[in-house]
Design a protein around this ligand. Structure first.
Ligand code: MG
Length: 199
C-alpha cells in the first residue's frame, strides 16, 4: 500500500493569505488588526469565516497565485509513485470548493482535493493513522499527530517548531517524507527485534 500524504492548500500550495487580508481589511479594519497582531478571538475567526463564505473565489483566484515551488513540489511527490497524494483543505462554501478544484486542476490535472467544512477537524475528515499531513496551521498538525498521524509543518520563516518535522518549500516534501518513513520503519524493526528477544 502506498504511503498516504495529505497537503493543505491555503498558505502551502496557494498564496491566498495576502488576498484574505485585503478582503478583511476592507470589510472591518479593527478585525484585520486583531488578525495580523495574532490576538483574534474565536468570534473573530468565525467572522472571518462569514466574510469568506460570502466571497466569490473566482475573484480570490484572479488576484493570487501558487506559492513558489509548490506546483513543482507536488509534481515530484506524484511522479515518484511511492505516495497516494490528496489535497486536504478547510473550506467555507461550495463556491470555494468549486474554484479550488477548478484552479488546481489547471496546474495538475486529476489531482484529488478533499474539502473539509469548518469546524470539522482534518483528523476526523480522513483517517490520520500513519498518514502524513503537510500544513501551515499548528492546530491542524497537533490534532493530526495526537490522532496517530505524521505532522509536517510548512513554514517559510526560520522559526523552527520543535514539535513537528518542518519544511520551507514543497520542493523539500518528497525527500523529507521519504526520510521520515524510512526512519520510522527502522525504529519499528528495532522494536520488533526487542519484542522477539523478550519472549
Ligand atoms: Mg493553511
Amino acid at each position: 500500500m502506498k504511503q498516504k500524504v495529505y497537503i493543505d492548500f491555503d498558505g502551502v500550495i496557494w498564496d491566498s493569505f495576502p488576498v484574505f487580508y485585503n478582503i478583511i481589511r476592507e470589510y472591518n479594519y479593527a478585525l484585520y488588526e486583531r488578525i495580523i497582531n495574532k490576538i483574534a478571538t474565536k468570534e473573530d475567526n468565525d467572522e472571518v469565516g462569514e466574510i469568506l463564505r460570502k466571497y466569490d473565489w473566482k475573484d480570490i483566484f484572479s488576484k493570487s497565485k501558487p506559492i513558489e515551488g509548490s506546483i513543482e513540489g507536488l509534481e515530484e511527490l506524484i511522479n515518484c509513485n511511492d505516495f497516494e497524494i490528496a489535497i486536504l483543505t478547510h473550506c467555507n462554501s461550495h463556491n470555494e470548493v468549486k474554484w479550488k478544484i477548478k484552479t488546481i486542476n489547471k496546474y495538475i490535472p486529476g489531482i484529488k482535493l478533499i474539502p473539509v467544512f469548518k469546524p470539522t477537524s482534518k483528523s476526523i475528515a480522513v483517517d490520520p493513522r500513519g498518514a502524513v499531513l503537510i500544513d501551515d496551521y499548528s492546530k491542524n498538525l497537533i490534532e493530526w499527530k495526537n490522532a496517530g498521524g505524521i505532522s509536517i509543518k510548512f513554514s517559510s520563516s526560520n522559526n523552527i517548531n520543535k514539535d513537528f518535522y518542518s519544511i520551507k518549500s514543497l520542493l523539500q516534501a518528497k525527500d523529507t517524507v521519504k526520510k521520515i518513513i524510512t526512519s520510522n520503519e527502522i525504529n519499528l524493526a528495532f522494536d520488533n527485534i526487542y519484542a522477539e528477544e523478550e519472549v
